[in-house]
Design a protein around this ligand. Sequence first.
Ligand code: AMP
Ligand code: MG
Length: 536
Amino acid sequence: MNRVALKNELDSLHFDNSFIRKLPGDLQADNFIRQVQHACYSKIRPTPVANPQLVAYSREVAGELGLPESSCNSELFTMVFGGNSLLKGMEPYSMCYGGHQFGNWAGQLGDGRAINLGEVITKSGGRQILQLKGAGPTPYSRSADGLAVLRSSVREFLCSEAMFHLGIPTTRALSLITTGESVLRDMFYDGHPKNEPGAVVCRVAPSFLRFGNFEILATRQELSLLKQLVDYTITTDFPHLGPPSKAVYLNWFQEVCNTTLNMILHWMRVGFVHGVMNTDNMSILGITIDYGPYGWLEGYEPNWTPNTTDAQGKRYSYSNQPHMAQWNLLQLANSIYPILQDKEAIEEILQSYSTQFQTGWNKMMADKLGLATFTGITDDTLIGDLIDLLQEVETDMTIFFRNLSSLSLDSSGMDVKTADHPLYEAYYSPEQRSDAYCIRMNNWLLAYKNRLKGEQILPELRQQKMNRVNPKYVLRNYLAQLAIDRAETGDNSLVQELLEVLRNPYDEQLNNKRYAEKRPEWARNKPGCSMLSCSS
Ligand code: AMP
Ligand code: MG
C-alpha cells in the first residue's frame, strides 16, 4: 500500500537569512567559549535533546508564520523547536553583543543560550526570526551551560503572549517544549543547587538586535562594522526612513527613543516590571525582550522590583523604569555617535525624551481614569493625590483601575469603607484602613466624579473605553508559579488555560474570574511569587 505523505506547512516556510548573508560572521567554526571580534554572529547548531515534548504553542504566532494547528501538533514541530532537527533553509547562528549590566560595562555577553534558526518571510511579506532559547552552549555562553529550565521557560512563554494580547510591543513565543533532560540550578544562589526539568522556548520577532549589539562594536572601535550594522538595521527594520544618510541616522535614533518610550509607558500602564533593564536586554525595535525575573505590581508600590539581585539598589523598580530606559538610550547614543556625529542633535533628542515622557504619562493616566484629555490645571492634582493614596494602604493596582470604571456618578453618598463599594476588593486588608484614609479616599472619589461630570461622554461608553486600557487579567506572579508547579509534575493544563485567559485580558470572562483575584496570602512571600532571582 502506498503511504500518503501528509503535507506539513513547516516544510514550506520560506527563509531569507539576511543577517548572516549581509554581515560578517565569526571565522572560527568550532563551538568553544571565546571573544568573537570583527563579527556580528557565530554559526552554531542547537544541541539535540533526549526527549522533546510539546507543552504549549501559540496559535496566533503559528498563524502569523502560516502554520496551521496540525503543523504545530506534528512530530516535526517538536523536533525542530526542541532543537533536534533543522528545516531546509535554516542556518542557525548566535549573535555577538555586549551590555551595561546594572550600570557597569560588562564586555562581551552575546547569545549564551539563544540560537537564531532563520528568518521567515511571511505570507504578508513580513520578516520573523525564529530563535530557540535554551538550546545549548554557544561561543557566548561564558561560564554557563546554554540551557533553560522549565520554570523560567513557562514564565517567558506565557508572558510574551500575555503582553502581546495586552497590546504591548514584545517578542513573541511560538512554542514551549520540555527536553526530557535535567538542568542544575541554584535557584536562590544559596549553595543548594537542584536538578530541574529543562525546556526550550522558540521566540519570534522581526529582529533580536539589542542596544548591546551596537555597544560592543563601538567599544572595540570596530567602526566600519558598526556602520555596516547600523545601515543593515535601518535598511532591514526601518525601511520607511529611506536609505541611510546623516539625516536618516538621526531620524532612526529618534525613532528608537520613541518606540522605547512607548513600550515603557505601556509597562507603566499595566504595572509590569521588567526586572533586568540592562542594555543587552533592550531591543532596537522598542519591544519587550528577555523575560527573566519580571513581575506585576500587586499592591501599588512604585519602588517594587521582583529581582532579588536588585533588592538593595532598586535600579529597575517600577517607577525607575522610564529613567532607566533613558539611561540606556544614552549608552546607545554614545555607541552610535561615531556614525551620527552630531552631538547637539543627539542631546536634543535625548532631552526631548523627558518632556515626551511627561506628556505620554499624563495621557496614559488620563486614559486610565477615563478622561478624554489631560487638563493640567485639575488633573495634576487629581493624579498626584491618587498615586499618594494608592501607596498609603496596600491596594491592588489592576483591580483598583479596573473597578474604577464601574463607579456610578450618581451614588455620591457611597462610602469606600463599605463592602459593596466597587473598590473594596482592591484592598488587601480592607478592615485595616483608617477612618482618616477612607475620608480622604472618599474625597478623592468625589473630586474624580465631579471631574467626570464635565466629560462629554455617556457613562457606558466611558466604562468601555476605560476597560480597554485597564486590563482585568494580567499574568499575576503567583498564577505563573501555580502553572509552573503543575507543569513540573507533567500537567500542562494550567499553562494552556492561562494562555487562553490571557488572550482576552480586557474582557470580563465571567467563567475565569478566579484568575482576576488579588494575590492570595500564601503567595505573599513565596519564592517565585513575590521575589525572583536571575537563575533560570
Ligand atoms: P540575562 O541577564 O538573563 O539577559 O543574561 C545575560 C547574559 O547571560 C546573556 O548574554 C545571556 O545569553 C547569558 N546567559 C544567561 N543564562 C545563561 C545560560 N544558562 N547559559 C549561557 N548563557 C546564559
Ligand atoms: Mg538577556
